[in-house]
Structure formats: C-alpha cells, structure tokens
Design a protein around this ligand. Structure first.
Ligand code: GLN
Length: 475
C-alpha cells in the first residue's frame, strides 16, 4: 500500500473507494510488526482496531462517518482510554486499566478516529530521550543507534516510521516538540488550557499540555480543532471558542518575526542547526517578512525555573501513587509504612525518584522561599518579558533543539547535559504560549533538524497558518 502523508489524501481515497479503513489499519499493523525493534508500542490493539475499521467503513458507506473517519492514531501512555492499560511507562502503575476516556481521547473517538495502540514514553513524561521508560528505550527510525527524543519519543517515531498517521502526546517542557524535531515530524503544543487535561496523567499541572505529532500542519490543525475547547471535567480549561483551524490555514500578508540571537550565535548550538536556522531566516526575509534578532536576558534562568517548579508540582502530583488502591504494590512488606516505602522505592524509576526528592526539597519549609517562591517570581518575569516580545513580533523563531538526535546512552551519566536539550522548548510552557516544531532539513548524518515557532497565547490560528506557509512554500 502507498504511504499516506496526509489525512486529506486518505479522505479522498476513502471516498473514491480506493482504500478502506480496514486496509489502512492492516497496513499500519504490518508496519508495526516489521518495526518491532523500534520498541514504540507498549500495546497494539490489533483485533479492536480492525473491528473498529469495519464499523467505520460501514459508516462511511452510509454517509454517517465523523470527520476523523480513517485517521489511525496512537496514544502516548499518559492518556486515559477506557478499558485499556495506562501506566505512564512506569512499573508503579503495573496492570492499571483506565476507567474512563480522557476528554481529548473521547473527542477523537466521537469523530471516528481509530486508536491503534498505546505508545511508550519517558516514565511520567520525565525525560528527553525516551530512555526512562519501564519498557526499555525507544529507537529513532532514522538511525537505530540514536534516541527519538522525549518524553513523547515513541509517539514521534510512530509517525516518522508510518506506524500510524498521527499521535497524541503531552508537552510539559517540550515533550512533543523536541521528539518531533529529532524524528522529522510536526509537533504542536497549543496554549496552556486550550485542551482539557481531563484524563491526562499529571506531571506538572501548571505546565502540562496535550500535544499533537503529525506528518503535516493540516492534520495537526484538524486534530486541534477536534480536541480543544471547554470541558465540564476540567475547570482550568479555557472557554474561548475554538476556531476551525484547518479551514484557516492561508497566511496572507507579511509577518514580523523575532529570533533569539543566542540561538544562531551560541557555541552550545550545533553548527548545522545554526545554518538551517539562518537559511530559513534568509528565506523568510526574501519572502518579504521582517525578521530581526532579539536578546533575551533571562535565558539563563529558564531551565532552573522550569526544573524547580515542575519537580515541585511533580512531587505533589505523584504522591497519589502509594500502592494502596491501584497499581504496583511491593510484596516484601512488614507494616503500613514499609508498604509505602517499598512500593514507591521499587515502583518508580531513578529519574522520577530524583525529581520527587528534588521537588520535595524545594517545597520544604526551610527552602520554600529560596527556591519555589523565587522560581515562581522568575516565571512571572519570563512571562512578562516574553509577552513584551509579542508587542513587536507576530512570531518568535528559534531552533527546537540545540543538537540533532543524540546516541542512546550519550547523556545517561550527565543529567545536566540532558536537561540542556530542553533549553529552547521550556519557555513556551513557562509562559503558557503555543509552540510548534517544523521539520527544517537534515544534518550531514541524515538526522532531522527542527525549527520552532512561538506565538502569543491563543493565537494558534495564525501560528498554524504561518507554519503551513513555511511547511508548504519555504522549506
Ligand atoms: N524533557 C523535559 C523534562 O524532562 C520535558 C518533559 C515533558 O515535556 N513532559 O521535564
């Protein structure tokens, strides 16, 4: 079967009778089988997906199909899907089954998308390489000795290797955009509160965002308009109306773009990434847009603020996993206290335990003001300074990452260098603004390079339209 690069192609072939949903699902199942070594799926819902495909084929015939009929999707292992396993790729949620559908999942199912399986990730979405999964590392399909990025690494590889058309992931500090950059896909993190978090396993609640990994901008837009919007189950989600993003992808006029000066000057950024960024800047200027450099003097504080605040929120959120009501429980216990201690010591992996401890420390009575309160203030400053930039610019441009996909194990003994992988992505989460990573060529070794565009809050329509313009015409 031919490889489909967009849902639009699938939709037109479905309506012309050139392909059926069942054939599509079989095609992806075969690809999954042939690419088992990539270790993408924790579970594949073979029988269920085929059955669903038949049902949707019948709906298409009778003209009653939803707008995602024929879209085959994978779900990161942090999204509740009723009756299916859910573990955040952690041993602590061993054998846990979702009791309900998260809102985003429910909304794609209501529009007849087909869920093909559950995808691995870094445990509790903490990581940048997908090496922190209880199910073992996931491999980049472009080079099996390299990581796919994280934490939604497997969700990106699934799109890269055509194991499904699109994936839903989550982005707390770059977990959709960074793997998208490493795997050559599109990765969209919308504004905070654009999509309900109901049914998304919490990592750091004031940062967490469901995001989309897809082969192109249109599919991301279509998925976003389907899953975004008010939800009675999440009091933090925005009630702002949801534009039909997929119908608004034409970008007219000229944009004012600011790019981060350091991102093409700093020795910390890989030369080929700098060249790709400069190349795009020149192309944009030739296309008539104004593009100028800006300096961001709080850059050095972005990562520390992010890691203090997210670990604090994580230490609180992950307190619920104690072995009492569900998931893993240690068998080797003597009393209640040893049950808690052993369950949590054995159930969580190293990175998660490290973050829980760091978070507990920064929230402790003696250090709260020095770390947590200060980081909150820094977050506010970063947000204000970023908002100021949007008075001058429509979009901010910078590379998504400082390097292309690195080798498996390369940063295992140096957590700080791993955290640096998030340098350019966490700003969007600290500020709650939308960000998208678009493929922007490859390095000499054939590894994909990603470019990131940010816009002000709830400006997804223009962000997506401009991304489409770059994706289609300038790249
Ligand atoms: N890599 C970042 C971290 O480890 C981002 C993770 C995420 O966005 N879920 O926290």
């Amino acid at each position: 079967m031919k490889v489909y690069h967009s849902f639009q192609e699938i939709r037109s072939d479905l309506s012309a009778g050139k392909v059926t949903c069942k054939e599509l699902v079989s095609h992806y199942l075969e690809n999954i089988e042939n690419n088992k070594h990539l270790n993408v799926f924790v579970e594949v819902y073979k029988a269920e997906a085929l059955q669903q495909a038949e049902l949707i084929d019948a709906k298409i015939k009778s003209g009653k199909a939803g707008k995602l009929a024929g879209m085959v999707i994978g779900l990161k292992d942090v999204l509740c899907h009723k009756g299916h396993g859910l573990q955040a790729s952690s041993k602590i949620l061993d054998k846990f089954i979702s009791q309900f559908n998260g809102t985003a999942v429910q909304r794609i199912l209501d529009e007849d998308a087909i869920v093909i399986g559950r995808q691995s990730c870094d445990e509790f979405a903490m990581g940048s390489s997908n090496e922190n999964s209880a199910f073992g590392p996931v491999l980049n399909a472009a080079d099996n000795t390299r990581v796919p990025g994280g934490s939604s690494g497997a969700s990106a590889v699934a799109v890269q290797a055509d194991l499904c058309l699109a994936s839903l992931g989550s982005d707390t500090g770059g977990s959709v955009r960074q793997p998208a950059a490493f795997c050559g896909t599109v990765g969209l993190k919308p504004s905070y509160a654009r999509i309900s978090r109901y049914g998304l396993i919490s990592y750091a609640s004031s940062f967490d965002c469901i995001g989309i990994l897809s082969k192109n901008v249109e599919d991301a837009a279509l998925l976003l308009e389907t899953i975004a919007g008010a939800d009675e189950y999440d009091s933090t989600v925005s009630n702002k109306p949801v534009p039909q993003y997929s119908q608004l992808l034409k970008f007219d006029g000229k944009a004012r773009i600011g790019y981060l000066k350091e991102s093409i000057e700093s020795p910390g950024v890989n030369d080929e990434i700098k060249d790709a960024t400069k190349g795009l800047i020149t192309t944009l200027q030739k296309d008539g847009h104004s593009v100028e450099a800006f300096e961001f003097n709080l850059l050095d504080y972005i990562l520390p603020a992010y890691y203090i605040l997210t670990t604090a929120e994580a230490s609180s959120n992950l307190g619920r996993y104690d072995g009492v009501k569900y998931g893993y429980r240690s068998t080797n216990i003597t009393d209640l206290e040893s049950m808690y201690k052993k369950t949590r010591s054995e159930g969580f992996g190293k990175e998660v335990k490290k973050r829980i401890m760091l978070g507990t420390f920064v929230l402790s009575a003696s250090y709260y003001d020095a770390y947590y309160t200060k980081a909150q203030k820094v977050r506010r400053l970063i947000k204000e300074q970023t908002e100021k930039l949007f008075e001058k610019y429509d979009f901010i441009l910078m590379p998504t990452t400082t390097t292309t996909a690195f080798k498996l194990g390369e940063h295992s003994n140096d957590p700080l260098s791993m955290y640096l992988a998030d340098l350019f992505t966490v700003q969007a989460n600290l500020c709650g603004i939308p960000g998208i990573s678009l493929p922007c060529g490859k390095d000499k070794e054939g590894m994909p390079i990603g470019i990131q565009l940010l816009s002000k809050s709830f400006d997804e329509s223009r962000l997506l339209a401009f991304s489409q313009h770059i994706f289609k015409n300038l790249n």
